[in-house]
Design a protein. Structure first.
Length: 379
């Protein structure tokens, strides 16, 4: 009996310990590590091995021992965690957080109320996740955000009001996604934007006034897309100095800018499908607007950029790159062989018809004298 009681007591204690450990490990927003960092200028909370999804029971979360210090946390970093959506409870607890690193967490969705209490958020890193769309006013309550990183996701669609309320954003990263179209006015709320990265997407075209309201814009990267005709109105973008449209399929370009613009705008436009006549005319026109069209290559050993001339395609027929010349050569060769074969066949037939067969006939007159006669049969 005594041994049974001891065994029962042991099991109760064991189960209690397991429950405590499990509860602690599943406490979704409990910091695994808190430390001060001079680089981030404040307390840093690191969340390691967390799992947050729709099934997370926020009512069952244990009270934090560091709840008093939660208001001092300025930076939150998720490591080796799986977060399917951005929980609004995050900003209910960490009310003064400035930076949120939720990259590489397999994030799939952002709710309309995810950032309702993110009143002090300045930097938001959601890169390397599984987001496929940005809905209207997703970040509208994060009114102090300066940096928004949405790169390396699966974004295909941007709602026209996706960035509503983000008037303080200066740096927006949308590179390495699957964006094909940019709605007119999608960047309009970003009145302080100075750097925009749209490289490595599927963009084919956009309206020429897409950056009309971004008066502070300085650099735009549109490289590695599918743009065929570049048409941009930069009359309001007096501060812009760099535009990268390299590695597209551009054949012609039209860029408007105020003639008295003081700053030189460098347009990197190499590795495209420029037609030589169009390119030469474009270079002349843009040079009058203080716009320098050039190619650039990055050195592999020192990382510096080198500018140079742009390669172009001659307008002659035999230099056209849109024609599959191996197939053309095959078809032409086959046609020549067919024609030669046809001529040979016709020639042989005619010669055979003209050739006669020789028939020997011997005529025997009544006086018994034989006269050999040769008849040519042409049938």
């Amino acid at each position: 009996m005594e041994e049974s009681n001891k065994l029962l007591t042991f099991l109760i204690v064991f189960i209690s310990c397991i429950h405590t450990i499990t509860s602690s490990s599943n406490d979704a927003l409990r910091c695994n590590k808190v430390h001060s960092d001079t680089y981030y200028l404040g307390q840093v909370c690191t969340l390691i091995g967390k799992t947050i999804d729709r099934s997370t029971d926020w009512n069952a979360q244990r009270p934090d021992q560091d709840s008093k210090s939660a208001g001092q946390i300025k930076t939150i970093i998720f490591q080796e965690s799986t977060v399917s959506y951005v929980p609004p409870q995050l900003f209910n607890k960490f009310t003064t957080v400035h930076r949120l690193f939720m990259n590489e967490t397999q994030l799939e969705t952002i709710d309309s109320n995810s950032f309702d209490n993110a009143k002090h958020l300045k930097e938001l890193y959601l890169n390397q996740n599984k987001l496929d769309t940005i809905a209207a006013r997703t970040f509208s309550k994060a009114k102090q955000c300066h940096i928004l990183d949405l790169s390396q996701n699966r974004i295909q669609n941007l709602d026209v009001d996706a960035f509503e309320g983000l008037s303080t954003v200066r740096k927006l990263l949308l590179n390495l996604n699957q964006i094909s179209t940019l709605p007119q006015g999608v960047f309009q709320p970003l009145i302080q934007l100075n750097y925009l990265d749209l490289s490595n997407n599927n963009i084919e075209t956009f309206v020429d006034g897409i950056f009309e309201h971004n008066r502070g814009l300085q650099s735009v990267d549109l490289s590695y897309n599918s743009i065929k005709v570049l048409s941009l109105n930069l009359n309001n973008n007096i501060l812009i100095t760099m535009l990268d449209v390299s590695n597209n399929v551009i054949e012609a370009a039209s860029i408007s800018r105020k003639p008295n613009a003081d700053k030189v705008l460098t347009v990197y436009a190499g590795d495209n499908h420029w037609q030589c006549e169009s390119l030469n005319q474009t270079i002349t026109e843009l040079d009058e607007l203080n716009i320098k069209l050039t190619a650039h290559e990055r050195s592999s050993f020192n990382g510096k950029s080198h500018v140079g001339p742009i390669d172009c395609l001659s307008t002659s027929f035999f230099s056209r790159s849109d024609i599959n010349w191996p197939i053309v050569a095959f078809v032409v060769t086959a046609a020549i062989v067919f024609i030669i074969g046809a001529f040979v066949a016709i020639f042989c037939c005619r010669r055979r018809r003209r050739r006669g067969s020789v028939i020997s006939v011997t005529l025997e007159p009544t006086n018994s004298t034989a006269f050999p006669v040769t008849i040519l049969n042409s049938s």
